[in-house]
Design a binder for this molecule. Sequence first.
Ligand code: PLP
Length: 360
Amino acid sequence: MFRRPQARIDLAALQHNFEQVQKIAPHSKIMAVLKANAYGHGMLQVAGQLKSANAFGVARIDEALSLRAGGVVKPIVLLEGFFHADELPQIVASNLQIVVHQMEQVQALLNAQLDSPVRVWLKIDSGMHRLGLNETEFPQAWQLLSQSPNVVQPMRLMSHFACADERNSGITEQQLTCFNQLTANIDAEVALANSAAILAWPKTRTEWVRPGLMLYGVSPVAGQRAAQYGLKPVMTLSSSVIAVRSVRQGDKVGYGASWCAPADTRLAVVAIGYGDGYPRAAGNIASVLINQQRYPVVGRVSMDMLTVDIGVADINVGDQVILWGGDLPVEEIAEQINTIPYELLCNITSRVQFSYINAG
Ligand SMILES: *Cc1c(COP(=O)(O)O)cnc(C)c1O
């Protein structure tokens, strides 16, 4: 029987990766980042496994509300805060914490009538120039919100790094210096480090860390593999062979006839394509694993299928094909097609069937 493309999520690997974060940053509390459906892994299942996390981080209020609706009672931080003042009653009612990164949010919070105070993480722009208060706004915001009955005291502080994945860049040190100067006279818990900073920049392991990608067993540092950091891949994306056929030297394969057989060979047609989230850019570039062996994807990836050159290998209809996971890291596919593993993981579509193993 044909089975849909599968994403198998190994919760023991997830737990192992979480414990790696604890080992690397033993003095830090851990805000596990679960945005974008836990980087495509399933937010509720991931939250259910990570019972030792001190908090969860998400991007948007609907993600936080899904966690609450699923029974998650842990602290949840909205990493971009609220987008409009009318979300504040819901934030209080659902006991969510907010990042405050611009003066409009400060004013809205000061002016609101809330049933109880909300926990605030003040975000400083230390040099990334995406979100965050600048050097003149931050002291004002701290001053104003320190006196607000709408805010749990003391507030916490955060910032985000632009280049933590680049070991030879001076920018992370510059951002740290900037952050430390702005906050020198303030006593507050601080959260700075994403996965790359946790792994590569020890000084960023402050009271809190905010790992995302590394929890899923994927390296955030280009050119490095998760195994080098003692991380285990959590997701295995697989499908199966639905046809095996022979082609002659010179036969052209797939849309656009973009691959021409250099010799007589055999092709396996695999039931997965960009409609499932396997990247179209991988055509004629990436490899897949069948029975532990690598075979090249030849021709264009189509919506529901791709073709693999299997030569004379003993491969049959129904055999399992691994697109990434195990010995074929998603980092490798991402590098080959000039993207990042984050994007590949987030792009998996609802056609893929998820299963969860080794829950603990
Ligand atoms: C997504 C995100 C993280 C996690 O980043 P990783 O690179 O996946 O570890 C941490 N902090 C903030 C503010 C984020 O948006």
